[in-house]
Design a protein around this ligand. Sequence first.
Ligand code: TMP
Ligand code: ASP
Length: 240
Amino acid sequence: MSTEATMEKGEQIYEGKAKKLYTTANPDLLIQYFKDDATAFNAQKRGTIGDKGVVNNKISEKLFNLLEKEGIPTHFVKRLSDREMLVKHLQIIPIEVIVRNIIAGSMAKRLGIEEGTVAKETIIDLCYKCDELGDPLINEYHALALEWITREQLARVKELTLKINDVLRKFFDERGLILVDFKLEFGLHKGEVLLADEICPDTCRLWDKATREKMDKDRFRRDLGNVEEAYQEVLRRVLA
Ligand code: TMP
Ligand code: ASP
């Protein structure tokens, strides 16, 4: 079936905090819709960021295309509209993979480390993807013992994650942005591990290289103002 025949949105099968998923006529493909809704601290703080959905859709498109070119398999098929992209229908692995190049956010708080401390090596944290529990931090033993992922899939996830970090760090650096940390999700499609979800200022910490100004969702989380402006500036640089 050609993708042209699958553009019509079918049934909504999922609604998360920032996105919705719809079926298409092709059971292998879904439409991922980006909302302007923003939440933080396990949805205790709620709001909207004007045109965030449009910005995150376009940033994710650019980054998925970049990663595909670098040999990273992703769920991205193509962008359909301002707020919609066509993606492969995955079975999501219920683990959030967090990569940290610079210590910030929850890790700075948990371990009492000053935000901005450079990590000597790349850090990978795993969280169990479960909204009711607030996505708790886990480790590889939990993930394997509870059969959320196989040993083989975990090895592949880690291999892809480190490669993604290399590609994205260089890409943002060339655009005057420091990739501090970010969150990835993966899923299975016909037995293959694919990068899923989105990559955008909601899921990355990005600091301006010259001024160290925060250019990501921390502006919303921490009430720093100019949230929309920061997202638009990241889009401008990503597309430059
Ligand atoms: P953290 O400092 O709160 O652990 O966040 C680390 C990175 O992961 C940061 O770039 C934001 C991103 N992240 C998400 O994308 N979704 C989440 O639910 C959380 C908690 C963090
Ligand atoms: N999106 C998550 C939440 O609402 C956390 C975050 O991005 O800070 O809870």
